[in-house]
Write a new protein. Structure first.
Length: 408
């Protein structure tokens, strides 16, 4: 496989320049311009190939343009794409039935982006709190975890403790209490009679693949049941095969009251998110109280139904588990050699880079020159989330490149 030089081609420079001139600077992309993708690989405008170890933050769990997902989208494109929910369409019901079954729940509320699923979860929890639990009007609280990432909307960034996500976007919505992640006792201590829900990521992705201590999710489940509080699991990044199970909650055989799903649900083709829960919870939402023009559109749910079908065999989950073990063994060897710590769950890893080697961004830029795409998070961490279709030999090759980069 080719080794790339870091010098930028003039064509690439021109495209990046135009983007920088006309696209708001809310991201700091790696200096590579992708024009094609297939499976775990992408090709840039100069024809160089790269192994994509980020997978659009797990939105590409099935790789780029998985043939079965593209086929479902093509078929639907030729029939019907959008109706709004003013009418029924002939795809939404079958998608919802399949997704509800995958989750072991009754009802699905379809939205588009992950942040919308989180916002929907918050609304459902509050409505449930007032209408079912009997919380004093406008007094409901939701317990969240430090280090959380649940999206970029104004309500959500209000309870983020990441200054970049949070600062200068106030005033912030009240009603959220944040406690240490991984500490179930802290959650219980924060619960009052006005608490409607506990909202956590079972594994914190954006924070750097932070895995809570074994038993945490089970304890959170018990605490929520004991205090009549909804357990909302944000599985937008951790769910749908990534950790070697359908959901990260499955690692502890825990079933939350509410699943928040997104990213990979859209098959790497379009945004599709969902809130999934039983009728005693999600049933509180009445006509006219919540919605989305694009939520549940036939094109998105045709893709989503194919994704659910693919997950129903367990093949991708087994693959993620097996490849994850392989990845973990290889990454463990790097600790003490430019790496201070690795955290692995299925085919998902956070790699803390020794500051003497460089920053996470610098390592990502050097990996780019070696033909591997990875993304830094929070300064010193590299996050790896390869498409679940990646091969063991490709992972080995990528780790060779990482070793090379770390030896600098
Ligand atoms: C990405 C992500 C979101 C937000 O999803 P968007 O589609 O970017 O709005 C929410 N929660 C978690 C855990 C995520 O990883």
């Amino acid at each position: 496989m080719a080794v790339h030089t870091p010098s930028l081609h003039t064509g690439t420079m021109r495209i990046i320049g135009a983007e920088e001139q006309h696209v708001a600077h809310n991201y700091h992309p790696l200096p590579v311009v992708i024009s094609r993708g297939e499976g775990a690989w992408v090709t840039d405008v100069e024809g160089k190939r790269y192994l994509d170890l980020l997978s659009a933050y797990s939105a590409l769990n099935f790789g780029h343009r998985h043939p079965a997902i593209v086929a479902a989208a093509r078929e639907q494109l030729d029939r019907l794409t959008l109706t709004s929910r003013a009418y029924h369409n002939d795809r939404l019901g079958t998608f919802a039935a399949a997704l509800a079954k995958l989750c072991g729940k009754d009802l699905v509320l379809p939205m588009n982006t992950g942040a919308e699923a989180v916002e929907t979860g918050i609304k459902v929890a509050r409505a449930w709190g007032y209408r079912v639990k009997g919380i004093t009007p406008d007094a409901a609280t939701i317990v969240v975890a430090n280090g959380n990432f649940h999206g970029r909307t104004t309500t959500i960034v209000g309870f983020s403790d990441d200054p970049q996500a949070h600062d200068d976007f106030g005033p912030y919505a009240p009603g959220f209490v944040s406690v240490a992640f991984g500490d179930a006792a802290a959650i219980e201590a924060a619960i009052t009679p006005e608490t409607a829900a506990v909202l956590i990521e079972p594994i914190q992705g954006e924070a750097g693949v932070v895995i809570p201590p074994e038993g945490y999710l089970r304890e959170v489940r018990e605490i929520c049941t004991r205090h009549n509080v909804l357990f909302i699991a944000d599985e937008i990044q951790s769910g749908l095969g990534r950790v070697g199970e359908t959901f990260a909650c499955d690692r502890e055989d825990v079933v939350p009251d509410v699943y928040l799903l997104g990213k990979a649900l859209g098959g790497g083709i379009l945004p599709l998110s969902a809130v999934v829960a039983n009728a005693d919870v999600l049933g509180v939402i009445r006509p006219g109280e919540h919605g989305s023009t694009f939520g549940g559109n036939p094109l998105a749910v045709a893709v989503g139904e194919r994704v659910v079908e693919m997950l129903s065999t367990g093949e991708f989950q087994r693959r993620a588990a097996a490849l994850g073990e392989h990845l973990e063994a290889r990454l463990d060897e790097l600790v003490g050699h430019g790496v201070t710590e690795v955290r692995v769950a299925g085919l998902w890893a956070g790699i803390d880079i020794d500051p003497s080697v460089g920053t996470g961004r610098e390592v990502a830029e050097r990996m780019l020159t070696r033909g591997v795409l990875v993304k830094d998070t929070h300064g010193q961490t590299i996050r790896i989330a390869p498409p679940l279709v990646v091969r063991a030999t490709e992972l080995d090759w990528a780790i060779e490149q990482l070793k090379y980069v770390l030896e600098g």
